[in-house]
Design a protein around this ligand. Structure first.
Ligand code: SF4
Length: 293
């Protein structure tokens, strides 16, 4: 990592070995009530000189790099022509480059035309990390996600139709006890009706800084225990009947149980792993206090 990053800086677990170029600061939406990632950051786009200087430095340190992740939260908020210039500069600097990836939000993907997305793909933006969070419109409204489940489907389809791969996340526990079943069924419906490449589940944890905001807009939220969440995970996996093979990971630091496999092929194996975990007992479960409850 370079020492001129503006922290905090987040990246998906799968980008642990990638070079990270900080292109923006924060998230252009920054209003989801459960999310504390960028509460202290005002969204801005770094100036091109600083972006090119990061790329130059990394190309000297690691000229054979094959994977680049563009931070922060919402790089697709950048005007497409500017983003294409950055992608072209990266490609010149790293001749062995295989893929460029970034987080993407519904609003900013839908604001791009199909042609713009195709042009980004042609310039090696191969993968977008996309937070579905929940497929339930009720929950999406309660967490102030600012989008509907149909818009989520439209976003995934728009990316995949441009041949940009989607790595999607669902947050277990996001509906609490009252909306657990709705959360799982509607989230699975989105996965089963789109063609994502990677799927991961996180486990809801609330930072102290945003708890008041979360509970204010979700007054009937009753926190699930970790065992409830393992049951949610189990039911979610059982409900997944995808159109294409999906690489599934549940390996974020927030997850009580770490899982990996390919769906639908490994569905039974994953379910059995969860059943064994429940029998093994409490020592492998993350106590609720570490999740903010
Ligand atoms: S969840 Fe994503 S879109 Fe929502 S505020 Fe956090 S970074 Fe922004």
């Amino acid at each position: 990592m370079q020492d001129n990053y503006t922290f905090p800086l987040y990246r998906p677990p799968a980008e642990a070995n990638s070079i990270i170029i900080q292109v923006t600061n924060g998230c252009s939406y920054n209003n989801c009530t459960f999310c504390s990632m960028y509460v202290d950051k005002q969204y801005s786009v770094n100036n091109l000189d600083s972006i090119y200087s990061q790329i130059d430095n990394y190309s000297i340190q690691n000229p054979d790099a094959t994977k680049i992740f563009l931070a922060d939260g919402d790089v697709l908020g950048i005007k497409t022509s500017v983003l294409i210039d950055i992608l072209k500069y990266i490609q010149k600097a790293f001749p062995k480059l295989r893929r460029i990836s970034a987080y993407g939000s519904t609003q900013n993907v839908l604001n791009k035309t199909n042609e713009e997305l195709e042009h980004l793909k042609e310039n090696k933006l191969n993968l977008v990390y996309y937070g579905i969070e929940s497929g339930s419109d009720t929950i999406l409204e309660k967490i102030n996600k600012g989008v509907s489940s149909q818009e989520i489907i439209d976003t995934i389809n728009k990316l995949t139709n441009s041949n940009i791969k989607v790595s999607a996340t669902i947050i277990l526990g996001l509906g609490g006890i009252a909306y657990s079943r709705e959360h799982i069924l509607h989230s699975a419906r989105i996965i089963n009706n789109t063609q994502i490449t990677y799927l991961s589940t996180l486990q809801l944890g609330l930072d102290d800084s945003i708890k008041d905001r979360f509970f204010k807009s979700f007054i009937d939220y009753f926190a699930s225990t970790d065992y409830d969440i393992i049951n949610e995970q189990r039911e979610f996996i059982e409900q997944i009947n995808p159109i294409n093979n999906i690489i599934f990971r549940s390996n974020h630091a927030s997850n009580a149980i770490h899982l990996s496999g390919t769906l639908p092929k490994d569905k039974q194996k994953l379910v059995e792993q969860l059943d064994v975990s429940k029998i093994m007992g409490e020592e492998i479960i993350i106590p609720m206090k570490y999740r903010g409850f």
